[in-house]
Design a protein around this ligand. Structure first.
Ligand code: ZN
Length: 554
């Protein structure tokens, strides 16, 4: 009997410690005193629940909100220091790097390291060690993040702006800053592998020879059926896997377990007429526009025609406005790869009234790679087929197409349920390997391109599962306001973080309200929004209000 009581007491004690160990993320503002970026004094109106009245304030509010969300989800007794600043990142008129981030340092074989001889990301290493390992005395940051301060200028994705709202209601043409901050901090927390993306070589970071890391040890070659850390794995083989879409997958069990909760059933691009060419066709997905699906990709494919001119030498490249708008209106439009970017072609197809784009490759090869590029103004779906299939289509126009749905297999995972990582045929050193693939549907937070459908304020899909696979402990308990239990899960399997949202809002309501009445009103508004969105039950809404009132007492 005594033994039993002791066990209960221990369990209670550990439950308390559990809640206390939510991670604290601390902002190191790299723009302080510059009048730019996070320090920009330009007056602005509050937007989308963000109460800030200067650009700098709004950016900082979003940043702190994102830090509170991740801090609620992950467990660590060591504060995570996140450096942030705005600067010009790589930009053209039609494309831009929105942000970049990563661990500021890595460590191995520290006390508490789960596996010997491999590297761990800064914040994760601190968390596992239970102390601040801090190997760079004059640079305290664990994570370094940068955001594009020139976005929207004529030479930097002209016509777009950052959206600083916290409500996920991103206007057309804008880019949701909260999603991008969540994504970039997400890299720093461990969504990042350190091997050379072109050569497949592990890095030699301390002169003791090449070593893998806790992310890379979950990467898997599903053709040879070996992990990246397998003795049989070679740099040349890993390099080939990293540029073969569909062959690079995540073998970690948590992501595999949760994939079925998150991903849609796999869909097949299918020709239904003419009968002679009916059947399934391989396709590559687009990083821009909505994901091609049964709902938006059923109809007839016709040829797009434009002028052969200096912008594009053939009448099939869609590099200039289409000249057969009457024929393509309401149809899916077949165009050739080449000369101009895919988003340029898509914009021309869209402007002519096409409802989707099929790009035929201009070099032989299978499977067809994905369509890269970014333009938030593209609203039509697009996909890519092989050169051979493109020629088959052209010889049989018009071709009727649709998507068929598999009852078991998942969109963005291989046939055994391992989720795909990003492996474009041309290596993009900042994107290859350290993202989920663009084939995932719905789009994931940690895909390489901004996707407006992501709602990171309460859904971070397969990221927490991946963090668990690399060694993080996550908070699976209830959200608390002070010590009061709101009964809302901080994190649910499948990545809903409604409880984390409650905790982040509690912090924001407290810091932005000028008196207790305003704080209470801010929390009342929160629980009404969460109930209207059906993210919480009525009783949970009541618990949030009780906790709000309890939290007012000294
Ligand atoms: Zn990224």
């Amino acid at each position: 009997m005594r033994k039993h009581l002791l066990a209960c007491a221990l369990a209670f004690g550990s439950a308390f410690a559990f809640n206390a160990s939510a991670a604290q993320l601390v902002l190191l503002n790299g723009d302080t005193g510059t009048g730019l970026g996070l320090d920009d004094p330009t007056a602005v109106a509050p937007v989308g629940l963000n109460p800030g009245t200067t650009l700098g304030q709004q950016r900082q509010i979003v940043y702190r909100f994102a830090m509170d969300l991740w801090g609620s989800v992950l467990k660590s007794d060591v504060p995570i220091k996140v450096g942030a600043s705005f600067q010009r990142l790589s930009c053209t008129a039609t494309g831009a790097t929105l942000g970049s981030a990563g661990a500021n340092w890595i460590d191995r074989d520290f006390p508490g390291a789960p596996r010997p001889g491999i590297w761990y990301h800064s914040a994760l290493a601190d968390s596992l060690a239970g102390v601040d390992l801090d190997p760079i005395p004059d640079d305290p940051a664990d994570i370094v993040s940068r955001f594009n301060g020139d976005l929207g200028k004529p030479d930097c994705l002209a016509g777009t702006t950052w959206y600083y709202g916290l409500d996920g209601k991103t206007p057309a043409g804008a880019i949701n800053f909260l999603n991008v901050v969540m994504h970039e901090i997400g890299h720093g927390l461990g969504f990042q592998g350190f091997l050379d993306k072109s050569t497949g070589q592990f890095g030699d970071f301390d002169g003791t020879g090449p070593r893998s890391d806790t992310y890379t040890q979950n990467a898997y070659d599903n053709v040879l059926n070996i992990g990246f850390n397998d003795p049989a794995s070679t740099p040349a083989q890993r390099a080939e896997v990293m540029r073969t879409s569909g062959r690079l997958v995540w073998s970690g069990q948590r992501v595999k377990n949760e994939a079925a909760l998150v991903l849609d059933n796999r869909q097949y691009f299918t020709v239904t007429a003419p009968a002679a060419i009916a059947g399934r066709y391989l396709y590559g997905t687009a990083s821009f526009g909505p994901v091609a699906s049964p709902a938006n990709f059923t109809g007839q494919v016709v040829l797009g025609v434009d002028e052969a001119n200096a912008s594009g030498p053939t009448t099939g490249d869609a590099c200039t406005p289409l000249t057969n708008a009457a024929a393509v209106a309401g149809k899916f439009v077949l165009v050739d790869r080449g000369t101009c970017g895919f988003v340029v072609k898509a914009a021309n197809v869209q402007a002519a009234g096409g409802i989707g784009m099929v790009v035929a490759d201009n070099v032989a090869g299978s499977p067809p790679p994905d369509l890269g590029g970014s333009d938030p103004n593209i609203t039509i779906p697009a996909l890519r087929i092989t050169l051979a299939d493109g020629n088959t289509f052209k010889a049989n126009l018009p071709v009727s197409v649709t998507f068929q749905v598999d009852p078991v297999l998942l969109q963005g995972a291989d046939d055994t349920g391992r989720v795909r990582l990003y492996a474009p045929s041309v290596v993009a050193p900042g994107s290859t390997f350290s993202h989920y693939d663009t084939a995932l549907s719905p789009n994931a937070l940690q895909e390489p391109f901004d996707t407006p459908t992501v709602q990171a304020q309460y859904n971070v899909d397969l990221s927490p599962a991946l963090y668990r696979d690399i060694g993080w402990k996550v908070n699976t308990g209830d959200a608390r306001i002070g010590k009061c239990n709101t009964t809302v899960d901080v994190l649910e399997p499948g990545g809903f973080i409604v409880g984390a949202n409650v905790q982040a809002w509690n912090n924001l309501c407290k810091t932005s309200a000028k008196n207790p009445g305003k704080y209470v009103q801010c929390m009342v508004d929160l629980q009404q929004r969460l109930r209207a969105a059906k993210l919480i039950q009525p009783l949970q809404g009541a618990a949030i209000l009780v906790c709000t009132a309890t939290n007012l007492r000294p």
